[in-house]
Write a protein that binds this ligand. Structure first.
Ligand code: CP
Length: 360
């Protein structure tokens, strides 16, 4: 059930556990108003998003379909506020907006916005809300997106915020595209159930791992295996969720022993931008946590290889041409699932279903 965010103080809201924050972020029909956490998405909502994304990509195959989609929210404007580097998330959100006819503005470098002159981020975001109807926001700071969601919801111009990556904490729309990719990969082989998903790399500081691990708990009998060098092994907060939900999991540093049992291998980059001391990550031996042709030989034929990207050398380019390599398709899936999320947030879900029913 949705609660009203303007009935709670910012201090009380921010102090709540994530699962108790989520009712404040939803619309009455169970759709997110602000999208901040993976915990806002249950099995049914993920199914609704998958269906909508599938319909949108089919509708977009024709010129008339493209024109229909472009007319859906042509009266809306979205601000892309990215104060941390991005290629895929920024471009896929920008493309998703174009597909739906949403015009966009952007700040990608706060040294050329008025933040440089000392304007607070609260004032910056309220300034954006004067001109735009949605803020899509990437930030290096954990908790900032939810703080801004409260600030905006309590202003005279409340508009939705979509979290496009917040510090080391969450990247909910990356998890949506990851789940969408897994659903599409396994749709002919029994669906996303009774599978083993193997995460490998920097699991401590990777926000995509935290968000995806949570979303996977919505599907039956998904075992999660975390393969990392000791200092980069997954955090206790992720494991606490799995324990609470009785999800089977394993922690190991033996990548080769784990690969033959995997249905999906989710590789991640070493996130050295978060090093407390410069060069700290370089001291960790990560040589056994890379996926190349030797690892490909160990991987079952039915399995898929994923990566949120960008990659460095943790997946060899020699793997790219293997049909199990899903990371390029995964990236494009991001555009469709983000289009579905924006359409849903702005209330277009039923119109798109109707168009699909009558025209596709
Ligand atoms: N996966 C991801 O978030 O990529 P970008 O940093 O390029 O947006």
């Amino acid at each position: 059930m949705s609660k009203r965010i303007f009935d709670i103080s910012v201090e009380r809201f921010e102090a709540l556990p994530v699962t108790e924050k989520t009712p404040y972020l939803m619309q009455a029909d169970g759709v997110p108003y602000h999208t901040l956490f993976a915990q806002q998405f249950g099995h049914d909502l993920l199914g609704r998003l998958e269906l909508l994304a599938n319909e949108i990509r089919t509708i977009a195959k024709t010129r008339t379909g493209t024109e229909f989609l472009r007319s859906q929210v042509a009266h809306k404007r979205a601000m892309l506020y990215f104060s941390q580097p991005s290629s895929r998330t920024f471009l896929s959100f920008a493309s998703a907006c174009q597909i739906l006819g949403v015009s966009t503005g952007e700040v990608r470098d706060t040294s050329i916005s008025s933040e440089f002159k000392g304007e607070s981020r609260e004032d910056s975001v309220r300034t954006f809300s004067s001109y735009f109807d949605m803020i899509i926001m990437r930030t290096p700071e954990k908790g900032l997106a939810e703080h801004m969601a409260w600030v905006l919801s309590n202003s005279e111009r409340p508009i939705p915020i979509i979290n496009a990556g917040s510090g080391q904490d969450q990247h909910p729309t990356q998890a949506l595209l990851d789940i969408y990719t897994l659903l599409r990969s396994f749709e002919r082989g029994g669906g996303l159930r009774d599978r083993t998903v193997l995460f490998c790399g920097d699991l401590l500081r990777g926000r995509t791992v935290r968000s995806l691990s949570y979303l996977l708990t919505n599907y039956p009998n998904i075992r999660q295996v975390f393969v990392a060098p000791g200092p980069l092994q997954v955090g206790e907060d992720v494991l606490a969720v799995l324990k609470a939900k009785s999800v089977a999991y394993e922690l190991t540093d033996d990548f080769h022993a784990a690969i033959p049992h995997a249905d999906a291998v989710y590789m991640t980059r070493i996130q050295d931008e978060w090093d407390k001391d410069k060069g700290e990550s370089a001291k960790i031996d990560t040589s056994r946590f890379k996926f190349g042709l030797d690892e490909l030989k160990l991987l079952p034929q039915r399995a898929v290889i994923m990566h949120p990207l960008p990659r460095r050398d943790e997946i060899s380019t020699a793997v790219d041409s293997d049909p199990r390599a899903m990371y390029w398709r995964q990236m494009r899936n991001g555009m469709w699932i983000r289009t579905a999320l924006i359409a849903m947030t702005f209330g277009c879900e039923k119109r798109i279903h109707e168009y699909f029913r009558h025209n596709c």
